[in-house]
Design a protein around this ligand. Structure first.
Ligand code: PRP
Ligand code: URA
Length: 233
């Protein structure tokens, strides 16, 4: 997702002098506060610059870890091995993952690595190659999904049509909008802006808002077809 025409930024820790920091293209800023963009660190930009499955898995792990920070917690005090008490927190409420197939399935392992035995639902939505409109083929979701926080998974967010359709499915099953967290690797500014406006209570956690869409509604500079690159190329 690096291109010389995007917003440029010096990368590296604060203590390092500016002249020793490399410059790179960072995420486009988005003004909606229900869109959370991962910190544009040297590590994240290096992962976004690199090639492909191993590094996308690492970004997915960062997204899941950040997504978990948006879940509610309650206070919990424990006694440490040396007999002192520590005032901490624990997560409150049940979660599940829902992947938008096919590419969203690539994010399931990252979720399972962080949340042991997490339930995972599936929604099969495919973007029509000519019209770019999403088509819903299938869904299979946990019966009690209305009582859970939902981590919705899809690495690519172009026009936003597929994610919007998936959210409509979740809402039709009784999941309140404010209990959906959409975890995404790369978004287009137009897609994420209209989505944030349409679902103001839903939270988006993304690694990078890229520069735009091309004539075929692919994200640019982008990374091409994520599903093809992850599964078949
Ligand atoms: C891709 C991607 C998203 C969607 C994004 O899936 O994984 O689901 O397109 O585009 P949109 O925001 O314009 O809807 P695709 O339908 O190509 O299927 P795949 O996951 O099988 O590759
Ligand atoms: N789907 C992808 O995989 N990539 C894009 O850029 C757009 C849709």
């Amino acid at each position: 997702a690096i291109d010389s025409t995007g917003p440029a930024h010096c990368l590296g820790p604060d203590y390092r002098p500016e002249e020793q920091k490399p410059t790179a293209t960072v995420s486009t800023e988005i003004k909606y506060n229900n869109v959370h963009i991962l910190p544009q660190t040297a590590q994240l930009i290096a992962l976004l610059t690199a090639d492909f499955i191993f590094y996308s898995n690492r970004i997915i792990r960062l997204l899941v870890e950040e997504g978990l920070n948006h879940l509610p917690t309650i206070e919990r005090t424990v006694t440490t091995p040396v007999g002192r008490s520590y005032a901490g927190v624990q997560f409150q409420g049940k979660i599940c993952g829902v992947s938008i197939m096919r590419a969203g399935e690539a994010m399931e392992q990252g979720l399972r690595d962080c949340c042991r035995s997490v339930r995972i639902g599936k929604i099969l939505i495919q973007r029509d190659e000519d019209t770019c409109k999403p088509k819903l083929f299938y869904d299979k979701l946990p019966d009690d999904i209305a009582d859970r926080w939902v981590l919705l998974l899809d690495p690519m967010f172009a026009t936003g049509g597929s994610a919007t359709m998936a959210v409509d499915v979740l809402k039709s099953r009784g999941v309140p909008e404010d209990r959906i967290l959409f975890l995404n690797l790369i978004a287009s500014p137009e897609g994420v802006t209209s989505f944030a406006k349409r679902f103001p209570k839903l939270r988006v956690v993304t690694a990078f808002v890229d520069q735009g869409l091309d004539a075929k509604n692919y994200i640019v500079p982008g990374l091409g077809d994520f599903g093809d690159r992850f599964y078949t190329l």
